[in-house]
Design a protein around this ligand. Structure first.
Ligand code: ZN
Length: 106
């Protein structure tokens, strides 16, 4: 689990415990929040992150629809405007997979 590894590396130098980790996950990032939570529990066991809480900020997929001339939030994984059914290849948001913050204990 690369996120756990990244955070572990970041806090290893400090040697302190981690209280909470916030991540931003886009709908098109290929990461499913439930799977991430599960993987977090499995990967953080025995590390400095074992007691840490994982906060997930979900970012819905948003495309630019040229037909509507506006941004449209996608209900699923298909890159099709939900209003006019036009294919919209321009993804505005939704590929995020970022660590936002790491809260240390104390
Ligand atoms: Zn449209």
């Amino acid at each position: 689990m690369s996120i756990v590894q990244s955070v572990t590396d970041a806090v290893a130098a400090d040697g302190g415990g981690v209280d909470a980790v916030s991540v931003r996950v886009g709908a098109m990032s290929g990461v499913i929040p439930e799977a991430l939570t599960f993987a977090w529990g499995a990967a953080s066991g025995g590390t400095a992150l074992a007691a840490a809480r994982l906060d997930i900020e979900w970012v819905p997929a948003v495309v630019w629809c040229e037909t509507c001339g506006d941004e449209r939030e996608l209900p699923g994984q298909r890159m099709v405007c939900p209003t006019c059914q036009t294919r919209c290849p321009r993804l505005v948001r939704g590929r995020e997979l970022d660590i936002l913050s790491v809260e240390m204990v104390g």
